[in-house]
Design a protein around this ligand. Structure first.
Ligand code: ZN
Length: 75
């Protein structure tokens, strides 16, 4: 993954994200729906925050660089 700007995570969101096994994180990042591309894509340059009990990742589509987001439901 290219290093662009530093992704912004809240402290709680980073802790939640880092508690997820790496291979699952990879899978979560690689199947984010992009409404602009109309198919699943990879999220890049993302940050995270906690919404209720869910982890919300917000970043850019690897293909069109449009805004994409993914909710990871709280365990
Ligand atoms: Zn896209």
């Amino acid at each position: 993954m290219p290093v662009e700007s530093l992704p912004e995570f809240t402290k709680a969101a980073r802790q939640r994200w880092e508690s997820i096994p790496a291979e699952i994180r990879q899978r979560l990042l690689a199947n984010v729906w992009c409404g602009c591309c109309g198919h699943e894509t990879t999220i890049t340059n993302f940050g995270g925050s906690i919404k209720g009990s869910d982890l919300l990742l917000v970043g850019k589509c690897a293909e069109c660089h449009g805004d994409v987001a993914r909710v990871i439901e709280g365990a």
